[in-house]
Design a protein around this ligand. Structure first.
Ligand code: CP
Length: 318
């Protein structure tokens, strides 16, 4: 594998899952693979899970790790061409990227949507510049439109917990006080659409995702109806995608907060969320603390998805 930014990069999902469970059974099996290889993790945005799980994955593979927080201690980077750099950004990303590439073997990048211009966000300018100019394999640690390491971990988790071959999986919008990117719901939909699960998306009017990500999913505007008979509830907030509303909050309707009321009509569904989660906005204390909440094993599987991806990127170096 040369780069990892979307579900297509992982290839056959059954093969990827088989590898994930092999690694989960013995996470140090490939500890020699990364000897004297260096991972550089570059964060334009904050992280807890991605930072720690990806670093642990690299350690599982025997790699050295360097971490750079662009906004804490590094020079501020200009990202546009043809800008007269007389402001507060002393370095251009087009020099910084190949310099960073010269110190490592593999690069992970986290760069969220800016919400200033939808086309620019959906062109994934930052991560694509790393792919073009670093000379190294690049993987997404959440980009503007996708979070594939999270989605792969979500898939591993569903496979571990599902009780039927074709579970009903519901992605539900839930309220949040800040405008959040569509990367997690886009990516989750993209990965679910590669399975044969019964996949439903529910959200208030105006929160339609990019049709390219919705794919073959059923969209149901009535949240209670969507939850009926569900085996997995995957909650997430996202800001509006459509037209002039791009990046805006259109609703803070707390009747969409996942509570016992909605969970009661499911098939004793498991509750999932990528974390961090705002309690009693996205989900009630009772639901996230219930026996059906699998948010912690879901987060733990981030180490497994990252180990599979780094292993494949290391194999691609040969
Ligand atoms: N789920 C996830 O990516 O968590 P972090 O933002 O803490 O990395």
């Amino acid at each position: 594998m040369r780069n990892f930014t979307c579900v297509q990069d992982i290839g056959n999902l059954q093969d990827a899952l088989k590898e994930a469970f092999e690694i989960k059974n013995d996470r140090f099996k490939y500890v020699e693979l990364g000897r004297n290889k260096t991972l550089m993790m570059i964060f334009f945005n904050s992280s807890l899970r991605t930072r720690l799980s990806t670093q642990k994955a690299a350690m599982n593979l025997g790699m050295n790790v360097m971490v750079l927080d662009i906004n804490q201690g590094a020079w501020k980077l200009e990202t546009e061409r043809e800008v007269i750099m007389d402001g507060d950004k002393p370095e251009h990303i087009l020099e910084a990227i190949p310099v960073m590439g010269s110190y490592c073997d593999i690069i992970g990048v986290r760069a969220f949507a800016q919400f200033e211009n939808r086309d620019e966000d959906y062109q994934e300018m930052i991560i694509n510049q790393f792919i073009e100019h670093s000379g190294r394999p690049v993987f997404s640690m959440e980009a503007a439109t996708r979070h594939p390491l999270q989605s792969f971990a979500d898939l591993i988790t569903i496979e571990e917990y599902k009780k039927t071959p074709r579970p009903k999986v519901v992605l539900t919008w839930a309220p949040h006080p800040r405008a959040l990117p569509q990367a997690v719901p886009n990516s989750f939909a993209e990965w679910m659409n590669e399975t044969d699960y019964d996949f439903v998306i529910t959200h208030p009017q105006g929160y339609e995702l990019d049709p390219a990500f919705v794919g073959k999913a059923k969209v149901e505007y009535d949240q209670m109806k969507a939850f009926e008979g569900a085996d997995f509830i995957y909650a997430k907030n996202w800001a509006a995608y459509s037209g002039d509303n791009y990046g805006k909050i259109l609703s803070t309707d707390r009747s969409w907060t996942v509570s016992d009321r909605q969970m009661a009509v499911t098939n004793n569904a498991y509750f999932m969320h990528c974390l961090p989660v705002r309690r009693n906005m996205i989900v009630t204390d009772d639901v996230i603390e219930s026996a059906q909440s699998i948010v912690i094993p879901e987060a733990a599987n981030r180490e497994i998805s990252a180990t599979v991806v780094l292993k494949r990127l290391l194999e691609g170096l040969r």
